[in-house]
Design a protein around this ligand. Structure first.
Ligand code: GTP
Ligand code: MG
Length: 306
């Protein structure tokens, strides 16, 4: 049913905390340095993001200036807070008015609890790049505790994020992961497929945003030393896509199935078009035969999966 597939996502938080910046990078192909051009959002800016074909995110980017906030909480209360599937609340770690930020958050949560009590809340502690590396963990944990205490027992997940590194992709992949229908079916298929290929790992990326949909790691891939490799891949591919978009010759050349491959002494991997809405990234152990076999099998699996 269409109501289920169209999910209302509220994006809220103080003015200047970075809401529209994230939205533009994840859904509109901006790169981080472009977002300085964005002006403050006036009232609510609606947009639709198609995701995995049958899932549409109905994004409400709610301008965070005090007068707008006041209007959401009062005059527009029912309209804004009803039927929400998800609330993404952005905290600016640089903010000097932590208590007031938490108070506003608390009011938002109360309104959400009243009109959409089953909504999931994601809190992003944002602009972490502005905090010295050695203090990040501690400051983040402290902030999380304060937020949890004001969340009225609703389902809550928190992420540290910055538009300047891969943490932005980790946070948004986590958010989107929660909303994709049939994920269990997809994951079961990928498990079996990875086994069949003796792959170390398979990652599925959503095509327009390049966010990780899901991934499976087999026993062959368990000792991989890079825990944030998916987010790095998202980041790299986003940049790659920008380059491709600027270069028509490359676009023509990449119209095929295999987008690119990397072969090293320790592993081989490739990225390929999979379904209409996904790219697949496959990591296999070294060896030309195993690699070719994996490519061929992936090509055939496309038809089964689609
Ligand atoms: P309103 O629309 O007024 O509610 O603000 P907003 O939350 O949409 O803020 P916006 O996205 O317009 O960002 C405000 C400023 O924050 C921009 O100048 C961005 O460059 C900056 N910004 C966003 N994300 C980050 C981040 O991760 N790190 C740093 N250092 N700056 C950021
Ligand atoms: Mg904005």
């Amino acid at each position: 049913d269409t109501r289920k597939r169209k999910k209302k996502v509220l994006l809220m938080g103080k003015s200047g905390s970075g809401k529209s910046s994230m939205r533009s990078i994840i859904f509109s192909n901006y790169v981080a340095k472009d977002v300085r051009r964005l002006g403050a959002t006036i009232d609510v800016e609606h947009s639709h993001a198609k995701f995995m074909g049958n899932l549409t995110l109905n994004l409400w980017d709610c301008g965070g200036q005090d007068a707008f906030m006041d209007s959401y909480l009062n005059a527009q209360r029912e309209n804004v807070f009803s039927d929400a599937e998800v609330l993404i609340y952005v905290f600016d770690i640089e903010s000097r008015s932590v208590d007031q930020d938490l108070e506003t958050y608390s009011q938002v949560i109360k309104a959400l609890k009243e009109y959409s009590p089953t909504a999931h809340i994601f809190c992003l502690i944002h602009k972490m790049d502005l905090v010295q590396t050695e203090h990040r963990e501690r400051i983040y944990e402290e902030r999380c505790k304060l937020i949890a205490a004001r969340s009225e027992g609703l389902s809550l997940e928190t992420f540290a994020s910055s538009i300047w590194d891969q943490t932005l992709y980790k946070a948004w992949a986590g958010i989107v992961h929660k909303m994709i229908p049939n994920l269990v079916v997809i994951e079961r298929f990928l498990q079996a497929f990875a086994k069949q290929l003796s792959a170390e790992e398979i990652v599925l990326f959503e095509r327009s945003t390049f966010l990780t949909v899901t991934n499976v790691v087999t026993e062959y891939g368990e000792d991989n030393p890079h825990p944030d490799r998916h987010e790095r891949i998202s980041n790299i591919f986003k940049t790659y896509k920008h380059t491709v978009a600027r270069n028509t010759r490359t676009t023509a050349a990449s119209a095929g199935f295999l987008l690119f491959k990397v072969q090293t002494q320790r592993f081989n991997c490739f990225l390929a078009r999979f379904t209409e809405n996904t790219y697949i990234f496959v990591v296999v152990p070294p060896g030309e035969a195993a690699f070719n076999c994996a490519v061929l099998n992936t090509l055939m699996a496309r038809d089964v999966f689609a």
